[in-house]
Design a protein. Structure first.
Length: 366
């Protein structure tokens, strides 16, 4: 069973579906590398955009960090801005927009599913196959894969078209060779490169590879988490500890549960049924007191007590009351929270935002 630290439920999942009888023709044309079949715009700035999707009267728009509506709520679905682009669904078609609301990449109705940009590329799905486009809408990796992760450090984890294998691609779409002595990888959720290493699973054991595909740390662990801040949590027998990039144990296995480091802190559970935080030496610096605790993001961490969520700072002081039904990590200075509203048919989620000071900049709405 994976550590409770890996639990991070998301109320919103940006998955949108459509179908067209002409898709097979489109896919056939796309197999010419670099073809730009979609209208694209170079007018958007290359810097990132600090806008956040909000739901108002069942339509999505975007606010700025002060809670001011910048892009009016006209979208059926809206994803987060990343690298100057955001995936949206408008008029029953999926597109990418820029920070002005202009369509930067016109999907023309053929994108079945789209995800935010990461590392200069966005995953898109056509006719049940995944590929990647750049910020101009050009396919840099053709849609020929059954499954795909998100790029990090110019590498991405994909599943073959015959469902038979998993492997990594380079940014140019070349297949990264398996390490010597390993014939294949098993699927894992945490498949992105971090600190120059990627977590792999083979024969039900976890290890790490380098960006060239060579083996960095032998797959000997029953469970493990990706590297973060030069440390990775690994499970030895029934306890978690932390290793460095050379595979040397720096924090001895002593934790019942352990999470990733961020802001030089990691959530752990050592002596009780509650979570606290350790520093990079393994010393408890925020006492075990939370039912659940997540990784820090922008010097704030989500914690749960009695089924409700709130945020703490680096010293463990509360930034907000613990009163939300769900929260997401801080991103560009804001964190989205969810409040479940009772209705005749049960409960429906409403979404709002708070800033790093704990001030609500957008009240829960839907």
């Amino acid at each position: 069973m994976k550590s409770r630290m890996q639990l991070s439920s998301r109320i919103m999942k940006h998955r949108w579906y459509t179908s067209r009888s002409s898709l097979w023709l489109m896919v056939g044309v796309l197999l010419f590398t670099g073809c730009d079949l979609f209208d694209s715009s170079d007018s958007a700035p290359t810097s990132d955009v600090a806008l956040f999707p909000v739901l108002l009267n069942d339509r999505w728009g975007y606010i700025n960090a002060e809670g001011v509506m910048v892009l009016q709520p006209v979208y059926q679905q809206a994803g987060r801005f990343s690298e100057g682009r955001a995936p949206v669904r408008f008029s029953f078609r999926n597109h990418f927009i820029d920070g002005t609301g202009e369509i930067a990449i016109d999907g023309r109705g053929v994108f079945q599913d789209v995800r935010p940009f990461q590392d200069g590329r966005a995953a898109v799905r056509l006719q049940n196959r995944w590929g990647f486009v750049d910020r101009d809408g050009q396919f840099v990796i053709n849609p020929v894969y059954r499954g795909a992760g998100d790029f990090s450090e110019d590498r991405v984890f994909v599943r073959s078209v015959d469902f038979g294998s998993y492997f990594y691609l380079t940014g140019e779409g070349s297949v990264l060779p398996y390490p010597e002595g390993i014939n294949g990888f098993q699927p894992i959720a945490d498949n992105q490169f971090n600190d120059g290493l990627a977590l792999i699973r083979t024969s039900d054991r976890y290890g790490f590879i380098n960006t060239d595909g060579s083996l960095a740390i032998e797959p000997v662990y029953a469970e493990a988490l990706p590297f973060s801040q030069e440390l990775a949590a690994v499970k030895v027998a029934d306890r978690w500890g932390y290793i460095n990039r050379d595979g040397v144990v720096l924090i001895s296995p002593q934790f019942i549960s352990a999470g990733r480091f961020a802001d030089e802190r990691a959530p752990v559970r050592r002596d009780s049924n509650q979570f606290g935080y350790v520093d990079t030496s393994g010393r408890i610096i925020i006492s075990e007191q939370f039912d659940q605790a997540r990784v820090f993001s922008q010097e704030r961490a989500a914690v749960q007590l009695d089924g409700k969520w709130g945020f703490i700072d680096l010293q463990g002081n509360p930034v907000t009351e613990i009163r939300f039904d769900e929260v997401e990590d801080f991103y560009k200075g804001l964190a989205r929270f969810t409040v479940l509203v009772p209705t005749d048919d049960g409960q429906v989620p409403s979404f709002g935002y708070i800033n790093r000071d704990g001030r609500i900049v957008w009240p829960a709405s839907r």
